[in-house]
Design a protein around this ligand. Structure first.
Ligand code: PLP
Length: 340
């Protein structure tokens, strides 16, 4: 049996999230019909794509009788904020190890982390340490886990972005949800376009599209570079999840995973002019707020691809709104500039 229902999860998100036809944006771009899948509306201190991952990950934390959740992220990590909110909701404590020095002002996600009553540790760390954490070593969180144990409590460490096999289940069920919305609305979707960070979201969707086929392609727009190509990382994540949960959907190769790297700009979390323009365009056509780190860049990519004729006019494209709007308040100097 491949059904996703058999894996334990706790209910944290408002589901299904709305799937909205973006009439004005479609008209403006004269391209394919564009739909927005509002995973920014999942709930949990404003929501975002991490909520779906946390439904599975925190079920495991409860199963392991954890008292304290420990995770890492940047100072404006959407992941850290959603994890904190989720942990609070199920009565657990949270220690966040945020990459950087304590800033003078708390804004955006960091402001919310503090309101959520997290124990925040500021600690600049390297990409190398971060990758070791991903691989299951714990140069950043290990000492803190020991400290929790010394206090007689059980720690539960979650990797950056909730990117593991358990977290990947979140976007398998998102695909199941999109499939039933597609049937309800009687609309066939040709593509799902989304921002790619760790790749866990796209990995889940790739798996979901095999388990709940609907002849739809997942198209990832990367917002950061890594040592390995993201298509390789995502194929690895898919294969690991297949193995861990004995999913009957074959194996994945990087050639099957579509990732576009053209819209990253200077690097992760450095806003691009086109990304900021895309934020303003969505706000002014649809009243939808995107973010400068992920969805603004992904939308800038999708708009450019539409202008270049990549999508056919008679196609239907879903843009997955993965959240992140809160970061606008921390990036206000970058995003407020008169329409760049
Ligand atoms: C984390 C995040 C992503 C990327 O998701 P991954 O699963 O890490 O690829 C995209 N958008 C927003 C707003 C995020 O917070």
């Amino acid at each position: 049996m491949n059904s996703i229902e058999k894996y334990p999860k706790i209910s944290l998100a408002f589901l299904p999230t709305p799937l909205e036809y973006a009439r004005n944006l479609t008209k403006l771009l004269k391209g394919p019909r564009i739909f927005i899948k509002h995973d920014n509306c999942t709930g949990l201190a404003f929501g975002g794509n991490k909520t779906r991952k946390l439904e599975y990950i925190l079920a495991d934390a409860l199963d392991k009788k954890a008292d304290v959740i420990i995770t890492i992220g940047g100072l404006q990590s959407n992941w850290a904020r959603q994890t904190a909110a989720a942990a609070r909701k199920i009565g657990l404590k949270v220690i966040l190890v945020l990459n950087g020095n304590k800033p003078e002002e708390y804004q955006g996600n960091l402001l919310l982390d503090s309101m959520l009553g997290c124990d925040i540790r500021f600690k600049p760390y390297t990409d190398e340490d971060e990758q070791k954490e991903e691989a299951g070593e714990t140069p950043i969180t290990g000492e803190i886990a020991e400290e929790v144990k010394r206090n007689g409590q059980i720690p539960y460490i979650i990797p950056l972005g909730g990117c593991n096999s358990l977290g990947n289940l979140g976007y398998i069920s998102a695909i199941k949800e999109i499939k039933s919305q597609s049937e309800e609305k009687d609309i066939h979707f040709d593509y799902i376009v989304s921002a790619v960070g760790t790749g866990g979201t796209q990995a889940g969707m790739e798996l979901g599209l095999r388990l709940y086929p609907m002849d739809t392609k997942s198209y990832g727009i990367s917002i950061s570079r890594h040592i390995k190509p993201k298509s390789q990382e995502i194929a690895d994540l898919c294969n690991q999840t297949v193995k861990d949960f004995e999913l009957e959907c074959g194996t994945f190769s990087p050639q099957e995973i579509t990732i576009n790297y053209d819209y990253i700009g200077e690097g992760y979390a450095i806003p691009t002019i086109d990304g900021i323009k895309a934020i303003h365009t969505l706000a002014q056509t649809e009243g939808i707020i995107l973010d400068p780190v992920y969805t603004g860049k992904a939308m800038a990519g999708m708009i450019d691809l539409i202008i270049k004729g990549f999508f056919k006019k008679n196609e239907q494209v879903i843009f997955l709104h993965t959240g992140g709007e809160i970061a606008n308040f921390a990036y206000h100097k970058d995003v407020l500039i008169e329409r760049k």
